[in-house]
Design a binder for this molecule. Structure first.
Ligand SMILES: Cc1cc2nc3c(=O)[nH]c(=O)nc-3n(C[C@H](O)[C@H](O)[C@H](O)COP(=O)(O)OP(=O)(O)OC[C@H]3O[C@@H](n4cnc5c(N)ncnc54)[C@H](O)[C@@H]3O)c2cc1C
Length: 389
């Protein structure tokens, strides 16, 4: 029996009505046909401002997966979770046209999040997505080493400036800033930029963190090189470890453009690589801190077992865990109850602007083997347990 099976702990803050609603929602998104039709209809109607549909979305997907329409509105959820020793990471989930005004607006939003997180233990990290600060194509060109035109140079300088501004602010306010990982073809430029920020701002402790996707081949070699550089230049490393979210896209592009698939050949290989990253962290705690962003029970348990074997306290300041809000509460709330450092990514934004995020969650729950089944099983068991009382 899994240690993450305690549904009473997992759903302590959910009413019967909320659980029943979540049950029917997961049941609906379990059906790929319904999800696909629903998503097309949703994107159309919400974009065209049909208040009735926006209302339905707000009461279903939005309520399940988001904290609120604004940071302030999300504070109710933040406070509720913190009572259970679960931190929040605000995730500005708006996706829009890749244009300079939106990049500036996103940068401003992240700065506000840093101010909000300062001195607040309920918000231990601030996060942003690289493509929130610049076009994917410019990252791609820079990563490839293309000689940039003058206008491209200026564009890249603006991206760098945004990274510098938020990193400096995180440093000044002693807030940990984590940068998400995206597609491989833009990641080289991101990695280099984040490394430069680490070298500048992590001299005394890790305040700037990168994300490493262990479904990629060659990432252990990458980590070894990073460690070497950090030792030589004298700075600390912070990493969020995930498996990776763009597998289908990566494989399709590699096949279409005829280059080697950058993703591990199968799930087991990704899992083994993720486990190797866990070993890497625990062997290098003198320089490395980690956030394990995963819904995988085995990976989570493996970290816990290693920690115990090494005599580390559950709340060891260098080890963190995280799941997405609305998913895998059985892992999150168990870890919280045992006083591990655990957080939820908490997306927020106006309902109509977070629809792409919500539809991705729905699709992912249809495609990630077993995730929806797991959620349904847990909710069902908790409802039955409550009936028996
Ligand atoms: C807090 C948090 C933050 C996240 N941040 C990011 C981020 O910045 N960037 C990002 O890319 N993702 C991010 N993710 C998503 C993450 O990468 C995974 O897609 C998701 O969490 C599912 O993986 P898992 O470890 O939770 O679960 P599991 O169900 O154990 O693993 C599923 C994952 O395994 C891999 N996989 C599945 N089948 C195969 C196969 N046939 N061959 C090779 N690999 C396979 C894929 O990565 C798939 O997503 C984040 C997730 C969380 C919880």
């Amino acid at each position: 029996m899994s240690i993450f099976n305690n549904t009473q702990i997992a759903f302590a803050d959910r009413s019967d009505a909320q659980l029943r609603k979540a049950y029917w929602m997961f049941k609906a998104i379990e059906q790929p046909a319904i999800t696909n039709i629903g998503i097309s209809a949703l994107n159309f109607t919400v974009k065209n401002n049909f208040p009735f549909v926006t209302g339905i979305v707000r009461n279903t997907l939005f309520e399940q997966f988001c904290g609120g329409e604004t940071r302030e509105e999300s504070m109710k959820v933040v406070k509720q979770m913190f009572k259970r020793h679960v931190g929040s990471i605000f995730d500005y989930a708006i996706e829009g046209k890749a244009e300079e005004a939106l990049f500036d607006q996103t940068c401003e939003e992240i700065k506000q999040n840093i101010k909000f997180a300062e001195g607040n233990p309920a918000i231990p990290f601030v996060v942003f997505k690289p493509t929130g600060f610049g076009r994917i194509e410019i990252y791609e060109e820079v990563g490839r080493g293309t000689v940039l035109t003058n206008s491209q140079k200026e564009e890249w300088e603006r991206v760098v400036k945004r990274y510098e501004e938020v990193s400096q602010m995180a440093f000044d306010r002693n807030v940990v800033l984590m940068i998400d990982a995206e597609e491989t073809w833009m990641q080289d430029a991101t990695d280099e930029l984040v490394n430069q920020m680490m070298a500048r701002f992590n001299k005394e402790k890790p305040l700037i963190w990168n994300t490493i996707q262990m479904y990629r081949t060659g990432r252990m070699e990458y980590l070894a090189a990073d460690l070497q550089r950090a030792k030589e230049e004298g700075y600390y490393l912070g990493y969020k470890f995930v498996r990776g979210a763009y597998m289908e896209k990566e494989r399709e592009r590699a096949a279409a453009m005829n280059y080697p698939d950058p993703i591990q050949p199968n799930k087991q290989a990704s899992d083994d690589n993720y486990n190797a990253a866990i070993d890497f962290v625990l062997k290098n705690l003198d320089r490395v801190s980690a956030f394990f962003g995963t819904h995988n029970e085995k990976s989570t348990e493996l970290v816990m077992n290693h920690m115990q074997a090494m005599g580390l306290t559950n709340d060891h300041p260098q080890i963190h865990f995280g799941q997405l809000y609305g998913m895998s509460d059985n892992i999150t709330y168990f870890l919280g109850a045992e006083k591990y450092n655990v957080c939820k990514y908490l997306p927020y934004g106006p309902v109509k602007d977070v629809v792409p995020y919500l539809t991705r969650r729905a699709q992912e729950n249809t495609s990630v083997a077993g995730q929806t089944g797991r959620e349904l099983g847990l909710i069902d068991r908790e409802l039955k347990r409550r009936q028996k009382k």
